[in-house]
Design a protein around this ligand. Structure first.
Ligand SMILES: [Zn+2]
Length: 337
């Protein structure tokens, strides 16, 4: 019993010496002071560890990054200065020239220069045929005779042969087959034979098909006799409109008009015709006559020698145009009536 009593006394003494160890555990007020025990609690209580480290880390983090960033800026400028050397890269400048080299790839423009070589085609237009029997610088005119061949045509050919002149005969297609010898003789004397439609229709009042037929049939007839297809024709009455011009152009033909009208079909007087021609003729004239009328053929007895005496060369229309440097193109109207 004594041992039990002693044991109890010891406990009492110890409890008095250290003070209520069991109760302290449950007393919150006493738990706060033991911060020294924090070392033990930090491991056990994770919630508190963030608070403790953050104050210590935050000062470190801001300080460490700031110096780093400050250091890097100072350092980075150097590397960035390395790129800036591009400006100082006067030596690397040789590389920019290559970039300028691409423009040379714009060399295609030189390929555009070849097109100019395509432009030469326009040059072909001026190609007047040669004029063998013509003195280019001399005065000349072209007598033209419509509506034949007729009984009067051979007389005119006689005069041309006698005086060494030439003329242009604008024949009706329907007369060609029955006057082959006259037509051949005219061509043999150096005169020109062209069409005047098939049967003297006013082409300006005709359909496209009729105009084509009138011109084509007449050219066929002339070509059958002479072996040459005329590129000129004289429209009856000089009647021309846009449709006539278009068809003519499509057929590759030009429209032969005139500059002097003798009105021989109206007056039927050789003297009047003679005076009209002599008063109106000039260098380069294209004179409209009709070999259909005997009075016109009679007028030529005086007209042809008189013109030659005045120094005119009596030439064909084609010779006249070539000598004057006039390039004839399809659809072109040669002189206005
Ligand atoms: Zn006529």
């Amino acid at each position: 019993m004594k041992r039990i009593a002693i044991f109890v006394l010891i406990i009492l003494v110890l409890s008095l010496a250290f003070g209520c160890a069991d109760t302290d555990a449950g007393d919150p007020a006493t738990s706060t002071p033991p911060e020294s025990t924090a070392s033990v609690e930090t491991s056990a209580a994770p919630a508190e560890t963030p608070d403790a480290p953050t104050p210590t880390k935050t000062p470190i983090l801001p300080t460490s990054p700031s110096p780093v960033t400050e250091d890097t800026p100072t350092e980075t400028p150097a590397p960035t200065d390395a790129p800036t050397p591009d400006v100082g890269d006067v030596s690397p400048d040789p590389t920019p020239p290559p970039t300028d080299a691409p423009p040379p790839t714009d060399a295609p423009p030189p390929t555009d220069t070849p097109p100019p070589t395509d432009t030469p085609p326009p040059t072909p237009p001026p190609t007047p045929p040669p004029t063998p029997n013509v003195v280019p610088g001399g005065a000349m005119l072209a007598l033209t005779f419509d509506d034949g061949p007729s009984a009067s045509t051979p007389h005119i050919l006689d005069l041309l042969e006698q005086y060494g002149g030439r003329a242009t005969f604008c024949v009706l297609g329907e007369y060609v087959a029955n006057n082959k010898s006259v037509i051949k003789r005219a061509a043999a004397l150096g005169s020109e034979v062209v069409g005047h439609s098939w049967d003297h229709k006013d082409l300006s009042k005709c359909s496209v098909e009729t105009i084509q037929s009138q011109l084509t049939k007449t050219n066929d007839a002339i070509e059958a006799v002479l072996g040459v297809r005329p590129a000129l024709y004289r429209p009856p009455y000089g009647a021309v409109n846009e449709r006539v011009v278009t068809v003519s152009k499509d057929l590759g033909m030009s429209l032969l008009l005139w500059s002097v009208d003798t009105l021989d079909w109206k007056d039927r007087d050789a003297t009047i015709v003679y005076n009209r021609i002599m008063n109106s003729a000039s260098n380069g004239s294209i004179i409209l006559c009709h070999d259909l009328h005997a009075t016109t053929a009679a007028a030529m007895d005086k007209v042809i020698p008189a013109l030659i005496e005045k120094g005119y060369q009596l030439v064909t229309v084609s010779e006249l145009l070539a000598s004057k440097g006039i390039a004839v193109t399809p659809g072109m109207k040669i002189f206005q009536g």
